[in-house]
Design a protein around this ligand. Structure first.
Ligand code: AMP
Ligand code: ZN
Length: 475
């Protein structure tokens, strides 16, 4: 039984999605005004592990990630959307481009990073700028229900009104975090420091690169509303799983809950909230001003394989601190290389890939599943993997089991396999064969027959079950 730590209840809970076997999952994506840091990537790889694990465990996952491509003021992070600078417009000035060009450039860069880090793509990377109408419609709904008020600079969500309606605000955060947010308050027109902008007006004296007409006048959506609007559009008014970094617990996620549940008459917006701990660098905070907000290109420049970053992140549980040093990353790369060489050696020892003796070892697989099911314990998974490699199991069993684990680890181990077979087996076919083997071991013959049919109809490969395992033939 899968157990996840739910930030809402602050306990480890059994995971039961709303519809059996199906999971709707939303991860807050980046604000696309600069290159993501290795801190940001820790959160996205945590999200990838959750997504891959759920798939591995047999769930049908609908995964959505947004791209925040509307400029918001830096104060928004702390609950004050009227202070600070607009990140996108600031970047546009710095790079002498328009905010639109900045958003396009860094969105493309982000998606490229996702692919290079072997993070599974969502069904959609939804962009805030492409969902302005949905955001306006949601604000209208909240307004109709009486939870908004207007100031000279925007339409605000009324937290006290929400509370007087029998709701609790800020269940995800602790009181210190809320007070911290309240301290930065500088907008005297707000009724309560916790109130936040749903729609901001454009300044009267200047034109913004990004602005839209609305029932309330020219302006742009507040930051928080996009996740509710797009989450609801693609996944429905109630979502199983919502993820992000731990900083989002104090303001962004409580605001998402408040505005969504105000709009839907208290339908719980999200069943399980999960938050990843921050990455530190050299034992302290990571920050642009500190010069240690490293990006993927810093890793490229040092000639380190990016996949080593995955390995490095897995050395700590996602809710535990992790400290980045270049030495730690290099040692992760060394260990990853050892793993890759092991896979190469094992595959050369396996006689023919033709009859890849797909004997996944069930004892190891069971332990693997237990670790995943215990709130995604990747450090335990890594040690299990080395225990398997050192065991006295046959090379083909080790290989098959490692490739099976790699469906979650995402080290791309199938890419390093030698392919001595006369049939050129693609990665998809290898994965399907593995999945079929797992299904057969679980005696799920409907599933194994379904995969056999896919192999036959889509890949023209016929599968035979022999004493040695699955054998394949091209037809
Ligand atoms: P942002 O683009 O600032 O909205 O951040 C994108 C994601 O990265 C959010 O989920 C943040 O919580 C997360 N994040 C930011 N800094 C770090 C860090 N140092 N370690 C881990 N995650 C981070
Ligand atoms: Zn969000």
């Amino acid at each position: 039984m899968l157990k996840v730590y739910n930030s809402l209840t602050k306990t480890l809970e059994e995971f039961n999605p709303m519809v059996e076997g199906k999971v709707s999952m939303y991860t807050c994506g980046p604000t696309v005004y600069s290159y993501p840091t290795i801190g940001n990537w820790r959160t996205y790889i945590f999200s990838d592990v959750v997504n891959r694990s759920l798939r591995y465990l047999g769930y049908d996952v609908s995964f959505v990630m947004n791209l925040t491509d509307v400029g918001h003021l830096t104060g928004d992070n702390l609950g004050d959307s009227s202070s600070g600078e607009d990140r996108l417009e600031k970047a546009a000035k710095r790079e002498k481009k328009s905010a639109w060009d900045i958003a396009k450039f860094y969105s493309d860069d982000f998606v490229n990073g996702v692919n290079r880090l072997n993070i599974l793509n969502p069904i959609i990377f939804c962009k805030a700028t492409e969902h302005i109408q949905e955001q306006i419609d949601l604000v209208k709904k909240i307004e109709e229900r009486g939870f908004t008020y207007s100031t000279t600079d925007g339409i605000y969500f009324d937290v006290k009104k929400y509370e007087s309606n029998g709701n609790t605000y800020g269940e995800l955060s602790n009181l210190d975090q809320i007070l911290e947010g309240a301290r930065v308050e500088i907008n005297p027109e707000k009724k309560d420091p916790r109130d936040f902008a749903l729609w901001k007006f454009s300044p009267r004296d200047s034109k913004r690169d990004m602005e839209w007409d609305s029932p309330w006048g020219m302006g742009f959506p507040g930051w928080h509303i996009e996740c509710s609007a797009m989450g609801m559009k693609y996944l429905g008014e109630q979502i199983d799983l919502h993820l992000g970094g731990e900083d989002l617990r104090s303001t962004h996620h409580p605001n998402e809950i408040a505005q969504s549940e105000a709009a839907t008459d208290k339908k719980p917006f999200v069943k399980y909230w999960m938050h990843g701990a921050f990455l530190q660098v050299d034992g302290g905070r990571m920050g642009k001003s500190l010069g240690n907000a490293y990006t993927l290109s810093d890793i490229d420049e040092k000639g380190i394989n990016l996949i080593a970053l995955r390995y490095f992140y897995f050395s700590s549980h996602y809710r535990s601190k992790l400290n980045f040093t270049w030495d730690a990353l290099k040692s992760s790369e060394t260990t990853l290389n050892k793993l890759i060489n092991t896979v190469k050696r094992l595959s050369s020892e396996v006689e023919t890939l033709h009859n890849i003796d797909l004997n996944i070892n069930l004892d190891y697989q069971t332990k693997f599943i237990q670790y995943l099911e215990n709130d995604f314990d990747m450090p335990k998974v890594l040690s299990l993997m080395w225990e398997l490699i050192k065991s006295d199991l046959s090379s083909s069993t080790k290989l098959a089991t490692l490739l099976d684990f790699d469906r979650v680890l995402g080290f791309n181990l199938t890419n390093v396999l030698d392919q001595p077979s006369s049939i050129d087996i693609s990665d998809e076919v290898k994965t399907l064969l593995l999945e079929r083997d797992v299904a057969r071991k679980k005696k799920d013959f409907n599933e194994s027959d379904r995969i056999r049919d896919i192999l036959f109809n889509e890949y023209h490969i016929k599968v035979y079950d022999t004493d040695k395992g699955q054998e394949i033939e091209e037809v």
